[in-house]
Design a protein around this ligand. Structure first.
Ligand SMILES: Nc1nc2c(ncn2[C@@H]2O[C@H](COP(=O)(O)OP(=O)(O)OP(=O)(O)O)[C@@H](O)[C@H]2O)c(=O)[nH]1
Ligand SMILES: [Mg+2]
Length: 166
């Protein structure tokens, strides 16, 4: 790539606890019929404003760390989806640990981390509260938070827009 070439192909991994909404976001982006159950590992590519963005959605139950090192290879962005309506402290801590484990992972220190505060249609917390709850201010790399709802496709496309301009 020359000095001024703009990257137009991006690979994005969706992570987050089970039920945070990863597959729903994926289905909304790719207009997938939700009557067809999709579990495990889903991969689709989107053409967006002359960019090509590949999304990979994994079930939140995929936890093996060794596996993640493998999947991070050649990834440009990690999206971490949190359920902004979560009230269970155990689950909040679990997500917080994962977010900070990702952000402290030296193998992927250069990847921007995108936090989606999902379910914003029913959410009870403000962005500032989410930042406090998950201690996002201590993330030592490029990160960004977005509010998303699967009932508002624009909110998801805003994220894709950002990925294409960073
Ligand atoms: N109200 C609301 N519900 C949502 C939203 N996103 C997801 N959900 C619901 O949350 C539930 C879990 O969503 P999934 O997309 O299956 O969650 P997941 O992160 O893929 O979960 P795993 O595959 O188990 O890791 C479903 O009942 C969705 O309809 C949202 O933005 N708003
Ligand atoms: Mg899923």
């Amino acid at each position: 790539m020359g000095c001024c070439a703009v990257k137009t192909e991006h690979r994005v991994i969706l992570r987050g606890l089970s039920s945070s909404g990863k597959t729903s976001i994926f289905n909304q982006l790719f207009l997938i019929d939700t009557a067809i159950p999709r579990v495990g590992h889903n991969v689709e590519t989107l053409k967006h404003k002359r960019h090509i963005v590949t999304f990979e959605d994994f079930s939140g139950s995929v936890k093996a760390r060794q596996l993640w090192y493998h999947y991070y290879y050649d990834t440009d962005f990690i999206i971490y989806v949190v359920d902004s309506c979560e009230t269970d402290q155990y689950r909040i801590n679990e997500a917080k640990e994962e977010i900070h484990e990702i952000s402290n992972n030296n193998e992927i220190y250069n990847l921007p981390l995108v936090i989606l505060a999902n379910k914003s249609d029913i959410r009870k917390l403000s962005n500032e509260e989410i930042i406090d709850l998950y201690n996002l201010d201590s993330i030592g790399r490029v990160w960004k938070i977005f509010n998303t709802s699967i009932y508002d496709k624009e909110s998801i496309l805003n994220v894709v827009d950002w990925i294409c301009i960073v």
